[in-house]
Design a protein around this ligand. Sequence first.
Ligand SMILES: [Zn+2]
Length: 306
Amino acid sequence: MSVALFTHSDMIEHRPGVGHPERPERLRAVLDALDDSGLSLDRRSATEAAVADLEQLHPAAYVARLLDASPSIGLSQLDADTVLSPGSVRAARLAAGAVIDAVRAIARGETNRAFAAVRPPGHHAEPDRAMGFCLFSNVAVAARVAQAEGMARVAVIDFDVHHGNGTQAAFAHDDSLFLGSIHQMPLYPGTGAASETGLGNIVNAPVPPHAARQAWRATFSGGLMPSLEAFAPDLILISAGFDAHRRDPLAHQSLEADDFAWATRAVLEIARRACGGKVVSSLEGGYDLEGLGRSAVAHVQALGEE
Ligand SMILES: [Zn+2]
């Protein structure tokens, strides 16, 4: 089937400064690689997240503060590595909006598979705190929207190499939501120990630095997939970070593009049994342009398999 691709070129206008790893070229690399792949994609222009949708997860005061946070010139800084340029707030609203649009397209029955090619990423943003390159918690906001659209039980699988502390903070007190995360530990942001379980709806499966591909796969399938299936989701969201690729400069994992396709197929196998194959994936990290592009293509190709 053709995957619906939600993106917008204005997300390139988030420019956090020379030398920042979360750079505009990342989105260009993903979109160029998808173009060159020859995959049949149903391309959609993402829209900005509505304030009311952002407020389904983030406190209204936080949303108001963020919407006013872009400088008119130069850069402004929200934390040590979360930096805003004049185009950043629009980019962040488009990033959250792309995942929301994808969820609503699934709710309307227009597609069963969607990929949101976005930046800035979202999974480090907590309900009331921007951090780690992230402004709005894109996937967690979309999970709330999915619930409002009638999909009562929403699961997130996060295979970004960093722990999704923001998604965890959003889900930890609500067992109608599920988070399964595989990530390197120790690594930024320092959370994500297996002992962090929320109401039993959070499953953290850390892997050590320099883990072999086979060990990563064994942790993913044995550590996350049984809990995902037991949760019986009505929709599965993927926080698709590709920074566990062996070329990535921010972490120390050994994955190849093909491993992301393998992980995608494992999620789809459960999605077919649990929720009619409905999966929305959203880009998180991935900081080596070549590894990022190849991995995104492998992921989206697998996402389109019947
Ligand atoms: Zn990451």
